[in-house]
Design a binder for this molecule. Structure first.
Ligand code: PGA
Length: 250
């Protein structure tokens, strides 16, 4: 099975000239690794131009966030319809950095439902902020899943991707271990089966947080994940190349 690599550029790079350079590198590495599907998720302001310049078939595009309403007086926001119109196939929902700015589970619920109704593929980000031995982080994750997916009918479930990103690993030096991710993937799947029955098993689960060329293959081989959501290493041409090279023969 092909692995999914979601390249979340976040608010990088500073200029469109640099964005085009990074995009060129992304195109090259995508051709190198036929077993990896890359989703480029640039800053919204670069999305349409990158998309329209692209003639290939190997890359897909996404948006880092979008509003649940299709239009209206929401200064500074972008709707799912506009994202789709600009060339996005995927939308990242509830990224930890958006949650830190005030987004709550109920917002993710509305956005996941809106994405599906406008034919975008939602990538719902979940993950606890901290972990203690009591295990209450499992309740946090379960709640994020339950509320975020509350309006998703079972027939639409295969269109949803879950990105598990423990907040303590995002932007950190060290990722979660593949062994721990494996345990978390089982927990996520168990929760999905509780909610949806056997269909819950079909949902793609990604890992995100401090992934680069040194740990990506281990995570893909032993973490029980269908792919990776990558921040820093996706927005740096050298790190991106090293990452894709490290997983191209899996
Ligand atoms: P990072 O970010 O790869 O820079 O740790 C991951 C993310 O926020 O998705």
């Amino acid at each position: 099975m092909k692995s999914l690599l979601v390249a979340n550029w976040k608010m990088n790079p500073p200029t469109f000239v640099e964005a085009k350079k990074l995009f060129e590198v992304t195109k090259k590495v995508a051709d190198l690794a036929k077993n990896v599907s890359i989703v480029v998720v640039p800053p919204t302001i670069f999305l349409r131009e990158l998309r329209t310049s692209y003639r290939g078939k190997r890359l897909a595009f996404g948006i880092q966030n979008a509003h649940a309403e299709p239009k209206g007086s929401f200064t500074g926001e972008t709707s799912m319809v506009q994202a789709k119109n600009a060339g996005a196939t995927y939308v990242i929902i509830g990224h930890a950095e958006r949650r830190a700015m005030g987004e709550i589970n109920d917002d993710t619920r509305k956005k996941v439902a809106a994405a599906l109704s406008f034919s975008l593929l939602p990538i719902l980000c979940i993950g606890e902020t901290t972990r203690t031995h009591e295990g209450e982080y499992l309740d946090v994750v379960k709640n994020q899943l339950k509320i975020g997916l509350a309006d998703v009918l079972v027939a639409k479930l295969p269109r949803v991707t879950i990105a598990y990103e423990p907040v303590w690993a995002i932007g950190a030096d060290v990722a979660m271990s593949p062994h721990d991710m494996h345990g978390m993937a089982i927990f996520i799947r168990k929760t999905l089966v509780e909610l949806y029955g056997e269909k819950g098993m079909t949902v793609k689960i990604l890992y995100g947080g401090a992934i680069d060329g040194t740990n990506a293959s281990d995570m893909l081989m032993h973490g029980d994940v269908a792919g990776l959501l990558v921040g820093r290493a996706s927005a740096d041409p050298e790190k991106l190349t090293a990452l894709v090279r490290s997983i191209k023969n899996l």
